[in-house]
Design a protein around this ligand. Sequence first.
Ligand code: HEC
Ligand code: HEC
Length: 223
Amino acid sequence: MSNKSYAQVNAIKRTLGALNALAFCAAAFIGVISVDAIAQPAERSGKEVVEATCAGCHAKGEKGAPKIGDKAAWSKRAEQSLSSLTDTALKGIRQMPPHGANMKLTDTEIKRAVTYMVNQSGGNWVEPSSKTAAPVERTGEQVVKLRCGECHEKGLHGAPKVGDADAWIPRVKNGLDAVVRSAINGHGGMPARGGIASLTDAEIRNAVVYMMNKGRVPEKAAK
Ligand code: HEC
Ligand code: HEC
């Protein structure tokens, strides 16, 4: 390495040192962000976001905020989808400030926080996985166990039963895509996405394929 570039590296090191010190002061001042969070912005869990930001109002029901654990207050709101509740939390509503007044939170973090509060209040939502980490797609069997089976195992409310080819064949006459879309949108006794807003289109598809094939063709062998 030449002397010149060595000097440059040293200069950069000094600048970085100063920046680090600044970041440290800022973090100490704000008292919420750790130095690690600055160096490596990993998305936080719903619990972490709620404890750091949302609990300020939602723990005690400050200013009319729906209180964490108050089933009545949340079940009404949880009838909206996760994306619509998240939208409200991002934009703010009446006494609820946009982003819970923390603009550093990503959309996913807000989603997770909403999910966490709903679940602490009698809900059963799945916390969305990070957009930055590769999401793990659930298999058809996992999704059916998680939710769809509740109605589709026994044919509740007229739901086509798992593995019942006679019930499924007429429904797929317009193709798999059409029936998957129908499950995504919901209709009649079939709630949109089976009632779990965070299930991806691919996961819904996996579940439909699994329900149509189970008991006849093993899922893996279905081509
Ligand atoms: C400064 C107080 C305050 C903070 C901080 C706060 N909220 Fe709220 N929040 C409210 C109030 C007040 C309401 C009730 C608004 C209304 O319906 O009039 C509310 C309502 C909500 C709702 C229901 C919206 C609806 O459509 O009914 C969601 C979801 C929500 N907050 C999410 C969050 C999340 C997530 C955070 C943290 C990132 C957060 N809030 C932080 C005060 C707060
Ligand atoms: C609360 C009960 C319930 C849950 C939970 C549920 N379903 Fe259904 N599902 C139904 C009922 C009832 C029907 C029949 C609706 C009709 O045709 O009137 C149905 C129909 C369907 C159909 C056929 C749609 C069509 O156009 O014919 C698909 C596909 C489907 N469900 C997929 C799913 C998947 C995937 C899940 C899980 C993610 C799921 N369902 C969870 C009750 C449920």
